[in-house]
Design a binder for this molecule. Sequence first.
Ligand code: PML
Length: 250
Amino acid sequence: PTLYSIRMRAAQGGPHEQGGKHISGGERLVQSPDVNQAVLELMDKASNHSRGPFDFLNLIVEEIPWEELKLLPPLPVQTEQVASVEAGRDLALTLVGKCGVSPAAGKLGLQLIQSMGHVRGAVVLDAHTGERLDDRGERGVRVSRLDWRPGSYERWLDQHPGLTNPRTKEALALATKVSAAPGAVAELCWSDDPDYVTGYVAAPHLGYCRITRLKSPGEEHGGRVFFIHRSVDLDTYLTFLEQTPVWIGW
Ligand code: PML
C-alpha cells in the first residue's frame, strides 16, 4: 500500500488567510485502503465542531515515502486530580519546572495560553527566557504528519480503559511527537473548548501528565506552548514537527 498524509482545516468567514475564524483542524497518516474512511472522519470532525458551522474547508492528501516514517511508542500517561484551576496551574508550573523550564518562562507560557484566541497552532518559547522563538505569528506552529499506527490505539485503550475521549487520543499522539523533537523541553496545553477543562504537561522524561482542571468551565481561551532549548536549530526543530511522518504505537 501507499502511505498518505491527510490534513484538514476548516474556517468560518472564508479561508484562514483571508481572515476566516479557525473552526477545526485534523491530521491523519494512513495507508491507501484507509484514505476514504479517514477523509470521512475528518469531515465529520469539522462538521460536528462546537465552534461550527464552517464555510471553508481545505483538505490535502499527499503521498509520503515509507522510508521517512518513524515509529514512536506513546508517552506514559498519568492523571492528576486537582481541586481548583489555581491548584492545576500551580502543578503545571511545578511540572514544567522539573523538566527545565524557568519559573519566568513557565508563567509566560500560562499567560500566553490564557490569552490565546482561536490560534490554530502552537507557540514555541525559549525554556529559559520565555522569549517566543517561532516566526509563525497568529497562525502558530502546526504539528503535522502524525497518526496512531493501525491497531495501536486499540491496544493502548485496552490498557487505559477510562481514557476513551478522542481528545486524549489526538493530544497524546501529538504530545508524543512534540516530546521527541530535537531540543524539546516540555509542552503545556489546555483546550479552547469551553466545556473541556482537562489539560496536560508533557515532556520526554515526565510523560503525558493530565491535569483535571487547567481552566474554568465556559472559558474559551486555550492552546499549546512548546518550551525548547534555545541552542537547538529552529529550522531543524520546526521541520521535524511539520514534516517528519510519525506513527504512534508499537
Ligand atoms: C486529555 O484529556 O488528555 C487532555 C486533552 C487536551 C485536549 C486539547 C484539545 O483538544 O484542544
